[in-house]
Design a protein around this ligand. Sequence first.
Ligand SMILES: Cc1cc2nc3c(=O)[nH]c(=O)nc-3n(C[C@H](O)[C@H](O)[C@H](O)COP(=O)(O)O)c2cc1C
Length: 258
Amino acid sequence: MEFGIWLQTLTNIFPSSKRQNSKLEMPFHTIVPESLSAPERHALMLSIVIPRPIGLISTISVDGLPNLAPFSYFQAVSAVPPLLLFCPNRNRFGRIKHSLINARDQREFVACMVTEEMAEAINYASGEFHDGVNEFEEAGFTPLASELVKPFRVAESPIQMECRVREVMEFSDKPLGGSIVIGEVVRFHISEELLRKSDGNLSQAVDHPEYQPISRLGGVAYGLLRKTFDMPRPKMTDDGKVVEGSHKITRKADLRTP
Ligand SMILES: Cc1cc2nc3c(=O)[nH]c(=O)nc-3n(C[C@H](O)[C@H](O)[C@H](O)COP(=O)(O)O)c2cc1C
């Protein structure tokens, strides 16, 4: 262990008397990432950035074998171009995941949103199956042909997005080593029910109470969208001042020391 890291770890275990006596409203425990084992870091990161949406990622191998796995390191990135990302990290033995191999080789994937009814089956599909296993069949999902890409859509999912790979980044070949796959959405397939407005026409965006994707929290916990609130963006004057909308923080941190 490097001296600096060792010292920081020691400071965390034996905080200085000044820190102990301070009247911080929120004393902070500082962690140097390198002082944790990879699994500990994994658990910490999973527990902090929550809730994470889940993308059920469908890919296909060069031999034509379909593959399906859930990823909660999954996010929308931009609209121009319409980008999504998912992060197939290496497993605890350093083995590269099928989803990464297929996305890298075939440059295509389909990202499907996950509802509560699909929860058990996406968890089932996350099992570390051997090479040659088709998780559509294993978990019982129904494959639907895509319009522009080879990987199948998942018929049980209310929103499926066909993507072409724009970028693959690999950061480490160690156990749990990270990687990012960025894809451009070339087709959105959205259940009409989720787009139907009260006048019967279809909306251009999803704003429907029936759309309840689940999210991943820390450990083995999952979240549901049960309580939401609306907050319009602040209106600004031409010279950059807020005229209407949100207000400043009301409860400030007390950082005074005795
Ligand atoms: C809800 C959920 C979210 C997951 N998120 C990720 C993730 O973001 N990155 C990752 O590498 N593995 C994640 N996993 C584990 C993979 O799904 C699992 O390793 C799977 O076997 C990978 O399959 P593959 O080898 O066919 O790609 C997640 C599992 C579950 C149940």
